[in-house]
Design a protein around this ligand. Structure first.
Ligand code: C5P
Length: 397
């Protein structure tokens, strides 16, 4: 989603300026064209050469540089930008913007742009919580500026408090959310499930599986990036970035079933990427089972098939992990569970599936159309699946 997007990255004079190098690097690796604008104070903390080397593009540091005879740098940057991110943003730039003061290249660029502006403050906690700074932030928020709140922790001044630059994942997640807010799923509610369920044997042990939750998280963020309201029902809650995603933590298949039933009342689509455990212990022991006997048998009963049991006027997408007859078995499941789409993958292929960052899938719809995708990152697979969901929503509903 960031590919070929023009992002102006404004860097101001905070000790957190070194973190902007990582932001520039990640955006560049994601295919964005990153135009770095540094204030004079920012150049005291990190060098323009670092940013130029990372982005492979010129870095703007002053008002009086022009890339060509007829170009006024801040106006051309402002007009070309898909989004502006100021990270880190000092109390100073926030105050200047709140007063409409265009007194350096960055404030001029920001005031001249019609693109969304995301501000990630980083400063001393007293400066951040000062009513003047808070008033400036409120004023800018009311004008449509998007803030990524700083975190709490140890600050460069030695104090502990609120003022640390937000996590880079959160800043980039916010950028993606903002860039996608008018996407083809805007106004739609999408429910995604992720992770493997855990069925308790006793208070410390459970039956589970190797699902990492990566595919589900990629689907949730891909839906968010197209403008959807996303509810992610998941057993895995330690993923780095869930900006704009409503995360519902669950544990067992029964928990997931209940959460899905509630969530789909409002949904336009349900994408079940979770690996639901098929059999659970008949009963959960109240206390930890002792290893007194040489063998142990646990009576098992079937868990509810969430996808097969859920009905309603929404697009239903399921997954099929198969080790043989991929398309034929997936088609059977699509029919049996009343799905609109099924995403099948071959679990004997080691480059994809559980835990991997990539996946090779075949998408089959209820008309029988089979789309074979090459090996891709899970994020790219998620984008393809959400593209198909958006097509179905446009054509059917
Ligand atoms: O039948 P199978 O487990 O292969 O089906 C996989 C699909 O069904 C996945 O989308 C999975 O999330 C869903 N499923 C479910 N409830 C179960 C088992 C699987 O919703 N008990």
């Amino acid at each position: 989603m960031l590919k070929d997007k023009k992002i102006v990255l404004g860097i101001t004079g905070s000790i957190a300026a070194y973190k902007a190098v990582d932001i520039a690097s990640r955006l560049t690796r994601a295919g964005a064209k990153v135009e770095v604008v540094m204030t004079e104070s920012a150049t005291r903390f990190i060098t323009p050469l670092t940013l130029r080397s990372i982005t492979m593009r010129p870095v703007v540091t002053g008002m009086w540089e022009t890339s060509s005879e007829f170009s006024i740098e801040h106006i051309s940057l402002a007009e070309a930008a898909d989004a502006v991110v100021i990270a880190p943003a000092t109390a100073n730039i926030i105050a200047h913007l709140a007063c409409g003061m265009a007194d350096d290249i960055l404030t001029c660029t920001v005031l001249a742009t019609r693109a969304p502006v995301i501000i990630a403050p980083a400063m001393n906690d007293n400066m951040f919580t000062n009513p003047v700074t808070q008033e400036n932030i409120e004023k800018l928020k009311a004008s449509g500026f998007v803030f990524v709140d700083p975190g709490a922790g140890r600050l460069a001044c030695g104090r502990a408090g609120v003022g640390r630059l937000a996590d880079i994942e959160t800043i980039i997640g916010t950028l993606r959310q903002v860039l996608g807010r008018d996407g083809d799923l805007a106004g739609r509610n999408i429910v995604v499930t992720a992770g493997g369920t855990r069925e308790p044997i006793d208070p410390v042990r459970y039956i589970g599986n190797r699902s990492s939750g990566k595919m589900g998280y990629a689907l949730a963020s891909a839906a968010r990036d197209r403008g959807a309201e996303v509810k992610l029902i998941t057993t895995i809650t330690c993923m780095p970035e869930t900006v704009g995603i409503d995360v519902v933590a669950v544990d067992t298949a029964d928990d997931m079933n209940n959460a899905v039933k509630t969530a789909v009342k409002e949904a336009d689509a349900l994408v079940m990427a979770a690996a639901v455990v098929d059999y659970k212990p008949q009963a959960t022991a109240k206390s930890k089972i002792k290893k007194d006997s040489d063998a142990l048998s646990i009576g098992m009963v079937k868990t509810p098939d969430i996808l097969a049991g859920i009905q309603g006027d929404f697009v239903k997408v399921g997954f099929a992990a198969e080790s043989e007859n991929l398309v034929a078995n997936a088609k059977k499941k699509l029919k049996a569970k009343g799905l609109d789409l099924i995403v099948a993958n071959d679990i004997t292929d080691k480059s994809c599936g559980f835990g991997a960052d990539s996946n090779k899938v075949t998408i089959i719809d209820k008309s029988g159309r089979v789309e074979d995708l090459p090996l891709m990152s899970k994020q790219e697979v998620a984008e393809k699946i959400l593209g198909r969901v958006a097509e179905l929503l446009i054509s059917e509903r």
